[in-house]
Ligand binder design. Structure first.
Ligand code: AMP
Length: 398
């Protein structure tokens, strides 16, 4: 698939209307406590400004109920944007009002205009066409750089694209996310190992099924391992088990065998007598957990066998922690696997860490620079891995 990105376009004299994901956390004084999402868009905006273009930024922030709310105003981002881009940032206090129309009409090369929160209009989330068309009038070119909302068919993320039939494209954030997934699922170097963890089978089963036709090795860890262990006839004590999914886990084991996929399920575990960091701990075989005890991490034997598989891999996808890594006594498996993914990357593998808590884990262990790519879009990445079409991507490609 050839991607339409901003690299193929010269923005000289043009106004780029960019959908960014500036849904950043603000503290009680409306100061940004994590600027990652804004920082990620700097290369896209810089490229357009350096071409001699101007930029109109549109985003949502939080979940306003009905109409404007001070705590969800994007004006709180102006100071930081001015600091990053060393220029004044114009602000339209109504994303489709007169001020937006006026300011965008007179925008000069090098200028940045920020629009007020799109979700102050309920039309945004409804994917309203009239609203999307009003927004479209503000720019000459539409750039989507908001991977975090690519799985939503909202006015500014998908519907708007139809008003730019020949001038719609991806920014660098989107381009990098799509390329990383393509590196894993399409241009796959083999062996390909997927490491799936996290709490529940129910949340990951669609990913497992989608990956079944693609991977060589499938590693299962986290809370969901116990549903698989139960399916194999093991004793799991009071570990997290989804009874409704035991049959599906059995079928997954059979399918893996039939397809020639190596399925790795933990052979030992760290168990505790309570869901508490201060609980009593023991190591046991994963299928021999006594009553009153629960598995909260993978054991040492498992860590070693998983690491051997990961180190031999050329493509690695990691989604979901191996245990309750938020508690220091049950984080060793996750920390170890994070380090092994980094080591395999150093050896030449392509590694993508994506979707939810494995991203938190790789950041916690400060290994984010030592893997090939860390995805910024939790829900969007999960849906992508499930094989779903993301409206934000389809709208640009279509
Ligand atoms: P998910 O959002 O599905 O990736 O799940 C992440 C959560 O799974 C984290 O909060 C972990 O604490 C939790 N988790 C991992 N292993 C276990 C386990 N053995 N028992 C209960 N929860 C777990």
């Amino acid at each position: 698939m050839i991607m339409k990105t901003i690299d193929d376009y010269n923005f000289n004299g043009k106004r780029a209307l960019i959908r960014v994901d500036y849904n950043v956390p603000l503290d009680g004084k409306f100061e940004i406590t994590d600027t990652t999402r804004i920082d990620a868009t700097i290369p896209t905006i810089t490229k357009i400004l350096e071409d001699g273009g101007s930029v109109i930024l549109m985003s949502h922030l939080g979940r306003p109920k009905s109409g404007p709310e001070e705590k969800f105003s994007l004006k709180h981002l102006i100071t930081y944007l001015e600091k990053v881009f060393h220029t004044d940032v114009l602000f339209a206090d109504d994303c489709v009002g007169n001020s937006a129309v006026e300011l965008s009409a007179h925008l000069k090369p090098g200028q940045i205009l920020l629009l007020e929160n799109l979700r102050f209009y309920k039309e945004e989330e409804k994917g309203d066409e009239v609203f999307a068309e009003k927004l479209s009038k503000l720019g000459d070119i539409y750039v989507n750089d908001a991977f975090g909302t690519a799985h939503r068919a909202h006015a500014s993320t998908a519907v708007i694209a139809k008003f730019f039939p020949h001038t719609k494209m991806f920014g660098y954030v989107m381009g990098n996310e799509i390329r990383s997934i393509q590196n894993v699922l399409i241009n796959t170097q083999r062996p390909f190992t997927a490491i799936l963890g996290g709490a529940k089978v129910s949340g990951k089963i669609q990913i497992i099924q989608h990956l079944m036709d693609k991977v060589d090795n499938l590693i299962i860890g986290g809370g969901m391992m116990f549903t698989f262990i139960k399916a194999m006839g093991g004793k799991v004590g009071s570990s997290l088990v989804e009874e409704d999914f035991v049959e599906l886990a059995k079928k997954t084991i059979e399918d893996a065998k039939a397809k020639g996929i190596n399925l790795y399920i933990p052979t030992d575990a760290v168990i505790a007598d309570a869901f508490d960091n201060g609980a009593n701990r023991q190591y046991t075989a994963a299928g021999e957990i006594p009553d009153g005890w629960m598995g909260l991490d993978i054991g040492k034997e498992t860590m070693i066998s998983f690491s051997e598989v990961i180190m031999e891999s050329k493509t690695i996808l990691w989604n979901g922690p191996m245990g309750v890594f938020e508690m220091s006594n049950f984080e060793e498996g996750t920390r170890f696997i994070a380090a092994i993914v980094a080591a395999a990357t150093k050896k030449g593998a392509y590694s993508l860490v994506g979707g939810g808590d494995s991203v938190a884990a790789i950041n916690k262990y400060e290994l984010e620079e030592q893997v090939s790519y860390v995805s910024t879009g939790g829900g969007a990445m999960l849906e992508y891995l499930e094989g779903q079409v993301l409206p934000g991507i389809a709208a640009i490609n279509g």
